[in-house]
Ligand binder design. Sequence first.
Ligand code: NIG
Ligand code: FE
Length: 398
Amino acid sequence: DGPTRRTMRSTGSLLVDNIGELVTNSTGGAGGPLGLRRDAALLVEDGLVAWVGPATDAPAADRRIDAEGAAVLPGFVDSHAHLVFAGDRAAEFAARMAGEPYTGGGIRTTVGATRAASDDELRATVRRLRGEAMRQGTTTIEIKSGYGLTVADEARSLRIAAEFTGDTTFLGAHVVPAEYADRPDDYVGMVCGPMLAAAAPYARWIDVFCERGAFDADHARAILACGQAVGLGVRLHANQLGPGPGVRLGVELGAASVDHCTHLSDADVDALAGSETVATLLPGAEFSTRSPYPDARRLLDAGVKVALATDCNPGSSYTSSMPFCIALAVREMRMTPAEAVWAATAGGAAALRRDDVGVLRPGARADLMILDAPSHLHLAYRPGVPLIRQVLHNGVPQ
Ligand code: NIG
Ligand code: FE
């Protein structure tokens, strides 16, 4: 901070100048929960934020981007996405819009298509969706397996996912595949044994779809414990389609995040409120399955840390757009725009236990977006409009 920096000059430095509203998410009281700064500038060096301060004190730099008074935010952290798959389920979506319920049964359709696809086909899909997300401001993304459900197909799903992110998640326990339908215990044993062994080298996290019709609490606990034993962090699909034990199980196991949280009891909310576990809400799934949205206000008012993510997948939520999720959270879930923007950035970072992203302060990654708008409010105020003017990832314009 301050005038000494003005004289410093390092090779490759980049100044983002003339920022009308800077969302820092940096705690310290000033600027509210988003740590807003007006008329700011930000210096990038070596892919990291090197300095943040008033535009009038901006240091010299090798290159300069003029934000022209627009808002600048940390890049979105999408902490829940299923990008490794083949095919789509547009017909299933159309049937839902005509009144069919969502059951998760279509997952097996995608499993069939994914097993039949080549590595290059899967890689091309991940690349396409990762590109879509980046253009909409997502600089950090978690990517799950879960459409292979054989040892080889789960391992290759994670190997491909790891080409795109460090936040890879082993979801071998997505559903019991058809060939194990009459012996689910054997499938759980396989997930904990050879499948985990093949997947773990490529995975940071382990996840289970804990839901009626997928895995019950005993199976989920066993699988997550096996993952923890080999050093994977725990996250969980919980309480999406109905009430159940998933949220409390996640808290019990010290999960970084329990995701969906659509059907919560008071005991679930209390458990979350007394924990470090983030509640990750995925309103794209409720939109696309025409279901009631999770009660974000109840969670926030109880003091639960909330994240927003896309759940991007070909079945329940085929969107890669964090701005769309923010707009839904504000309009349909009564989150304030500031709460929704925090949840889509710092909240996602908390859900991935990352302190280097979701925040713009010296030392953090220079992952940020410049909006075509003067304020973060516009993300919800102008739904469906491409407001992301420019994205920097590790300090590099995309
Ligand atoms: O998070 N709920 C489980 N998994 C995904 C849906 C997967 C699918 O329908 O293909 C979800 O909504
Ligand atoms: Fe999901």
